[in-house]
Write a protein that binds this ligand. Structure first.
Ligand SMILES: [Zn+2]
Length: 255
């Protein structure tokens, strides 16, 4: 049941026919894991908290540095050297005291994911590290938790979602096979423009809210590519090719 105060707080989305009170109740009941509280995780988690997602877990091992403030919009100058997960949790709790927020100051490696992932409705992968991305992909695929993944370098962003509750779902490794190598640069060496992270992180939150209330996603099995320099979005539907793990999973389902 939605309280009178909640009905007021969320009135502008409850009045949408796509959300309504039933959608708001689904948001209140949802448990979402946000991995990486950097330039994508900050806006994504803020929109999820404000929209009333009932339980948000925030994972980041890092502390806040001066060079983060250009794009990681939850952090202020007086937060330097503090834990990103802890400060983000405080900021989001201030934005919405009605929800439960749990910070985790650690790396989301394979062991951590397998221990903590069961029971979550959704994962937002907001990391900038390929090995963590593959670990998230494998754990979500095995435990059948939907995932919304995003990354931004320079002015270019990408967004893609997989719903592993569907036995035929592809995964990140089907599209980008794991070669075991990190790409040549990351945001520390290549640079990144803040508002592009804001756009893609907001798109991640949008897709998350839609998945929770049961609306179709524009990024499901579809690579959404942003070229912020030209303010242009392109979409690429993923093909039929499947990685070894997905072929085995489908075989097991049919057998
Ligand atoms: Zn796959």
């Amino acid at each position: 049941m939605i309280s009178h105060k909640q009905r007021t707080r969320y009135s502008r989305q409850i009045m949408l026919p796509q959300v309504g009170e039933a959608g708001q109740e689904k948001l209140s009941a949802a448990r979402v894991l946000v991995i990486g509280m950097g330039g994508l995780g900050c806006p994504a988690a803020l929109y999820l908290a404000s929209a009333g997602v009932g339980e948000l877990h925030l994972v980041d091992a890092d502390t806040i540095e001066l060079s983060n403030l250009q794009r990681q919009v939850l952090y202020k100058t007086n937060h330097l050297k503090k834990s990103k997960a802890q400060v983000a949790a405080q900021q989001l709790q201030a934005a919405n005291p009605e929800i439960r927020i749990v910070p985790h100051q650690c790396m989301a490696d394979s062991a951590w994911l397998h221990e903590h992932l069961p029971g979550f409705d959704l994962v937002l992968d907001c990391t900038d590290n390929m090995q963590t991305r593959y670990a998230i992909n494998s754990a979500c695929r095995e435990l059948r938790v939907p995932v919304i993944m995003a990354s931004v370098q320079g002015f270019s962003g990408q967004l893609v979602s997989f719903d592993f509750r569907e036995p035929g779902s592809p995964c990140y490794a089907c599209v980008f096979p794991d070669t075991g190598e990190e790409p040549a640069g990351n945001c520390e060496t290549i640079g990144v423009i803040g508002p592009a992270l804001g756009m893609v992180g907001s798109a991640q939150a949008l897709e998350a809210l839609k998945l929770i209330v049961g609306l179709p996603l524009g990024s499901l099995n579809t690579l959404q590519l942003l070229e912020a320099e030209f303010l242009e979005w392109r979409s690429l539907a993923l093909g039929e090719e499947r990685c070894e793990a997905c072929r085995q999973r489908q075989h097991a389902c049919h057998g």
